[in-house]
Design a protein around this ligand. Structure first.
Ligand code: G6P
Length: 608
């Protein structure tokens, strides 16, 4: 969603801001803008559409200055127009603010300001911040921001500059991430480290209800009550190359092809083959409680939710734990009766998804212990949970999640195996599981080697407007994830169904114009899946079957097949999802979609 990047230092700010905004493009946005303080006054520029539009408008404009703020906006309050784009400013055009999040009481604040004669020019909630901070400003920008923090409700990550406070940027957060970057030639602030990883890997995370003043010589963090905070810098693992395409036409394809190594990263140093037990240092702080736990609720959104869904089957297979899976956005509206020693597992690539964050806060209130499986180190969900496991998968730039999904599946399996081995799972099953987990990267590689074949299947079917995905048990969530992937990037309508539900509705849709992707590896659901496929074929529905290598029976029945190597039933999803990802990618490519930034979608959904 919206992105923030700020710079103050020896270098000229304009180009650094533009480069930073380009690194944030993947988050999803519909307009952008920057403001630069040139020592005397502040110049700004905004544009609707891509950063290239902003660059075109800036072409020929010098906009010199060493202090600046930049923003990509994903419209919530007000359409994506230039007026609604950030930065927003006060009436005198002296104060400029950029904002991620939503000011929930903006309507009342706006009415109050209007009564005092303030004229609003945009439809945004952010504009109230500009007018309010400007009104409180008496030479101390940090104090003015602090005062406004106590009056606004909602979520925000903001950055503010003022004409009469040259040489400083004030940033503040509540519920919306902000990271300070420390480099040899200046200081950065951004909503996401990828905006500054080109310039520095040394970062300091701001916590909720904290603010900071950045100058050319340093930064000072304080709480909203003006209490000074000392915090050491951390070094991020990501490098500038991680955010490059490296010869791939799209990040989505690059990330699909990274999966052998991201799965490897998820298991590196975490397996003890002889003992049949994984080692997960990150969950040791809660291990005594976790090993005897009998109830887990997995919460997540989007693709992470479907990973959690597979995780449920996995826990049921390997442990004695009862597992529920709940959409984070629904979690708060349920009435859970948590038995004692319930664990919540929150899955999130970004670690910033607003609903997932809200769900774990609610679960904490109800007394549950919290585990996180998160990719972004130091993110809000990583901080809010009691313990957890990082994906170590590098930045995921494509809006449609791919490599994180298989990484999440791998880590969920490790956690289930660890608990299972301390409950009733025998050694032989533990060692077999570990052997098979270690084989996953090579097996994924074997599927990727069939990319040309999968591309040919996509070429044959990409013009069909409606698709069905079906699977059972471990592969039921893969059917849902396969359908999600296809609709996200190709805009083809697709539904993911439990194959056992076919007769309760979806079979009515089957005809020669409705292809079905049937996920039917050789597990204990195989025979039932073959029956479903036969039923579809009897109604002349085209079938693309994802099968285990050498399955001659389904090769004869299905119109097209994509083979995956043999595996254990609970590990098949790591393999069967790869053809679904590639099918979605190639269909979108044939349809010339904006694959890495599909319309209306955002990488990180930081508002409810
Ligand atoms: C957005 C993204 C999805 C992602 C979901 C959950 O919708 O477009 O790709 O799966 O958020 O994000 P999270 O960061 O919590 O995994």
């Amino acid at each position: 969603m919206c992105g923030i990047v700020c710079y103050i230092g020896e270098k000229s700010a304009k180009q650094i801001l533009i480069e930073g905004l380009k690194q944030l493009e993947y988050r999803g946005y519909d307009s952008a803008g920057i403001a630069v303080h040139n020592g005397d006054r502040i110049e700004y520029c905004k544009a609707v559409g891509k950063i290239t539009e902003l660059e075109a408008k800036l072409n020929g404009r010098k906009m010199e200055g060493h202090t600046g703020i930049g923003h990509t906006r994903w419209a919530t309050h007000g359409e994506p127009t230039e007026i609604n784009a950030h930065p927003h400013m006060d009436q005198e055009k002296k104060l400029f603010v950029i904002h991620n999040g939503i000011i929930e009481n903006y309507y009342n604040l706006k009415k109050k300001l209007e009564k005092d004669g303030v004229v609003f020019v945009s439809d945004t909630d952010t504009e109230v911040l500009a007018h309010m901070i400007a009104r409180y400003f008496d030479g101390d920008l940090n104090k003015a921001v602090r005062t406004v923090m106590s009056e606004v409700e909602g979520t925000f990550g903001i950055a503010v500059i003022h004409q009469d406070a040259p040489g400083e940027i004030v940033i503040a957060r509540r519920g919306s991430p902000l990271v300070i970057g420390v480099s040899d030639n200046g200081y950065f602030a951004a909503s996401d480290v990828s905006a500054m990883v080109r310039y520095t890997k040394k970062v300091v995370h701001l916590k909720d209800n904290e603010l900071a003043t950045l100058t050319r010589d340093g930064f000072a963090i304080s709480t909203a009550q003006a209490k000074r905070v000392e915090r050491d810098t951390e070094t991020v693992e990501w490098s500038a190359g991680d955010t490059d395409l490296n010869g791939f036409p799209h990040f989505m394809l690059k990330e699909i092809f990274e999966q052998p190594s991201t799965i490897e990263n998820a298991i590196r140093g975490r397996l003890e083959p002889g003992e049949g037990v994984p080692k997960l240092g990150g969950i040791m702080p809660v291990w005594e409680k976790l090993k005897s736990c009998r109830h887990i609720v997995i919460v997540a959104c989007g693709t992470s939710y479907y990973a959690g869904y597979v995780g449920r089957y996995c826990f049921e297979k390997l442990t004695e734990v009862d597992v529920e899976i709940e959409l984070a956005s629904e979690f708060r509206y349920r009435k859970f009766n948590f038995p004692p020693n319930t664990f919540i597992i929150a899955l999130s690539q970004s670690g910033e998804t607003a609903d997932t964050l809200a769900a774990i806060k609610e679960a904490r209130r109800k007394g549950a212990s919290l585990l996180g499986i998160v990719n972004v180190v130091g993110s809000s969900i990583a901080r809010e949970t009691d313990a957890g496991v990082y994906n170590h998968a590098g930045p995921e730039i494509g809006v449609a999640s791919t490599k994180i999904f298989t990484s999440q599946l791998t880590i969920l399996t490790l956690i289930a195996l660890l608990i299972g081995r301390h409950q009733t799972l025998p050694l032989t099953e533990g060692t077999e599981a570990i052997r098979e987990i270690m084989a996953l990267p090579d097996r994924v590689q074997r599927i990727l080697a069939q990319a040309n074949h999968i591309q040919a299947v996509a070429e044959k079917y990409h013009k069909y407007p409606n698709w069905l995905f079906i699977g059972r048990k471990f592969n039921y969530p893969i059917a849902m994830e396969g359908a999600l992937k296809l609709k996200e990037v190709s805009y083809i309508h697709a539904e993911g169904y439990a194959a056992g539900e076919m007769k309760h509705g979806p079979i009515a849709l089957i005809n020669p114009d409705m292809p079905t992707v049937a996920i039917a590896p050789k597990d204990d659901m195989y025979d039932k899946m073959v029956n479903n496929i036969q039923e579809i074929k009897s109604r002349k529905g085209p079938v693309i079957a994802i099968i285990t290598e050498g399955d001659e029976r389904l090769k004869k029945i299905a119109d097209d097949v994509i083979e995956v190597p043999p595996s254990l039933d609970f590990l098949y999803p790591v393999l069967t999802v790869i053809p679904c990802q590639l099918l979605a990618y190639y269909c979108a490519d044939f349809l010339k979609r904006d694959i890495d930034k599909p319309r209306n979608l955002a990488k990180s959904v930081t508002v409810e």
